[in-house]
Write a protein that binds this ligand. Structure first.
Ligand code: C5P
Length: 297
């Protein structure tokens, strides 16, 4: 059993649209302590990997990043090992929390552990960019300034106390990352210098709504107008308890910082289908995220 952790973006600037259809980003990712869990069982023979999941609408075929990660691991290491994997999802998908990417990173890590560590952490980080833009961050120390498609990862000191309380609020509707990027109007982006945002957060040591900019927020609101209303309500009806309220990734999760106490309106019947959970930022000093002796049973 391996615990795994998603991430939030404390800021996300889109730098430019690239020839290959992707966008260069400059973003401060931070891992958070809200996780799915996964079971890995090595199986003998040369058949297919098998994936099962507690949530019915998650594909378990070759389109799932877990299956792609196992294939990538074998291609890069020459291993022939197949696995049976069970994924117990708690992090909603289409949430902008990198849940699927965290699943893929954990899969690379677990396959490597169970095969006697043929690869280094740095190689796993490097390889993971081939199957997704925001998997590499899960091989960082927790707070990472990410550029390129998101796969170029630079560890930074956590700019905020890890005790900063967060409340995550996600509507039942998820957002598709490609769709949000398609509705991005580059002319409406922030003009803030991402390195200034990084320095500003580190200097303040506290969440600042001026610094937590996300260039994907407006296009996400254009795709899902009710998300803008949810954000406004979280600001207006929370008795000022949140120091900042902002969308993470390509949505549809709204991060409320400064308190993990849910405002009263979230208990009303029209909010019953929202995903609401407290979370904390998490970082490590060095070494693997997971103690193999604790994480693999
Ligand atoms: O890399 P990943 O599979 O997560 O990206 C999903 C989609 O999101 C891409 O096909 C692309 O449309 C969009 N994307 C982008 N620029 C990025 C990351 C993702 O345009 N840096």
């Amino acid at each position: 059993m391996a615990p795994l952790l998603p991430s939030i973006n404390l800021f996300l600037r889109v730098v430019r649209r690239r020839e290959d259809g992707y966008h260069d980003l400059a973003s401060l990712f931070h891992v958070i302590d809200l996780g799915d869990s996964m079971d890995f069982t090595p199986v003998s023979g040369s058949g297919s990997d098998q994936l099962t999941c507690n949530v019915a609408d998650i594909p378990t075929d070759g389109s799932n990043l877990v299956i792609k990660a196992l294939k990538l691991f074998r291609e890069r290491t020459g291993s022939q090992q197949r696995f049976k994997v069970h994924l117990d999802k708690k992090v909603p998908h289409g949430a902008g929390l990198g849940g699927g990417s965290a699943n893929a990173a954990t899969t690379l890590w677990a396959a490597n552990e169970l095969c006697g560590r043929p690869a280094t952490n740095e190689q796993l980080l490097d390889w993971s960019g081939a199957i997704g833009s925001d998997i590499s961050v899960f091989f960082s120390r927790g707070a990472a300034y990410c550029t390129g498609r998101g796969e170029i990862v630079e560890d930074v000191d956590p700019p905020l106390p890890l005790t900063t309380p967060l409340l995550l609020v996600k509507p039942p509707v998820g957002l598709s990352t490609p769709e949000v990027f398609r509705s991005l109007d580059l002319a409406r982006r922030s003009t803030a210098d991402p390195l200034e945002l990084l320095r500003g957060l580190a200097a303040r040591g506290a969440i600042d709504p001026e610094l937590c900019v996300n260039d994907l927020e407006q296009p996400a609101f254009d795709v899902l107008p009710s998300l803008a209303q949810l954000k406004q309500r979280l600001i207006a009806d929370s008795d000022g308890r949140f120091s900042a309220v902002f969308m993470t990734g390509s949505g549809s999760t709204i991060v409320c910082a400064g308190s993990d106490e849910a405002p009263a309106f979230l208990g009303e019947s029209d909010c019953a289908n929202l995903f609401v959970t407290p979370a904390r930022l998490i970082a490590r000093e060095a070494g693997a995220w997971y103690e193999p002796s604790k994480a693999l049973t």
